[in-house]
Design a protein around this ligand. Structure first.
Ligand SMILES: [Fe+2]
Length: 313
């Protein structure tokens, strides 16, 4: 096992989780090793494949013009429209040839340090299970549709693929400083809920949390309610976020190169030393340093959000 104070870090070995770092207590299912990888992908029935196909068809009604071009190109490159839940082995082969990434089956959630370790080695851990007809419209836990449809196409983009690996490597430092929460906010506002301005005024979604559901793709890109603010890494890592509802604020990047530069070239040692353990900014806040693309009305939030049945778009 690597020591947390070793520098440079050896990303090939699973890091130890420092004693004082809190992460969600997860029970490892029987039979799994330290890498938490399942022996095989789930055996999906015809009903499961039909759920995938219906989810796929619904997203394809909504995403053209709203999803980032890199995402749409990724769907094509991996031929994800061929029908049924994709086989991870085939996906890994195709993705491997494009950017050196692979997709590995894991249980629903895995510990942070194991997640970082996989990303640092260009392995994307994807949930095995698929939602049911009852949870077709909304599911909080990431299922295979969210993980594969939402995340994997972006891994065909070379710059974004590098960003994901660097994000995994950044986990080592965040654990050392006990600032996983801040690094988690960066993931949330980029990999899960990120927007990109592809040309002046043309804002698209590249975040998997947006792209794997029908409502948020419209809400994030065109609704009046949410703020759209240019990404500033220091600010984002101090910002709280919502897990079970639409985001009051989205952060916009200029390009994947810019995202890579902002994060990888940033001195995170200095950032973490100045960072309080708790978030400083509410998720709906607009602050002085913000470069605001759209100041949201926050109408959806003010009406009570999902719990109130407020209409999002
Ligand atoms: Fe995700």
């Amino acid at each position: 096992m690597a020591q947390m104070n070793d520098t440079p870090d050896d990303y090939s070995v699973l890091p130890d989780l420092p004693q004082d770092v809190f992460t969600a207590p997860l029970q490892k299912p029987e039979g799994l090793g330290d890498d938490w990888i399942e022996a095989a992908q789930a055996d999906y029935g015809a009903g499961d494949h039909a759920i995938w196909d219906d989810l796929f068809a619904r997203q394809m009604e909504i995403l053209p013009g709203r999803a980032a071009s890199a995402f749409m190109a990724g769907l094509d490159k991996l031929d994800l429209s061929r029908g049924g839940v994709p086989e991870f082995a085939r996906l890994s082969e195709e993705l491997g040839a494009l950017t050196g990434w692979s997709v590995v089956p894991v249980p629903m959630l895995i510990p942070d340090h194991v997640f970082f370790w996989h990303l640092a080695n260009r392995r994307f851990p994807a949930g095995n299970f698929i939602r049911t007809r009852e949870t077709f419209d909304y599911i909080q836990e990431p299922d295979v549709f969210h993980d594969v449809f939402g995340h994997v196409p972006m891994l065909t983009d070379p710059t974004f693929a590098d960003y994901m690996q660097e994000y995994g490597r950044a986990g080592w430092k965040a654990m050392r400083y006990n600032r996983l929460k801040a690094l988690g906010a960066l993931y949330w506002y980029t990999v899960e809920f990120g927007l990109i301005e592809e040309s002046p005024g043309d804002i698209r979604a590249y975040g998997a949390g947006i792209l794997s559901g029908p409502t948020e793709a419209q809400f994030a890109v065109e609704a009046q309610s949410p703020n759209r603010i240019m990404l500033n890494v220091d600010r984002v890592m101090r910002t709280d976020y919502v897990i079970s509802d639409l985001q009051p604020t989205y952060f916009v990047i200029e390009s994947f190169e810019n995202l890579f530069r902002q994060t990888v070239e940033r001195d995170f040692d200095r950032l973490y030393r100045n960072l309080a353990p708790a978030f400083k900014y509410a998720n709906s806040a607009v602050i002085d340093v913000d470069y605001v693309v759209h100041r949201g009305t926050q109408e959806y939030l003010l009406r009570g959000g999902r719990g109130s049945g407020a209409s999002a778009v």
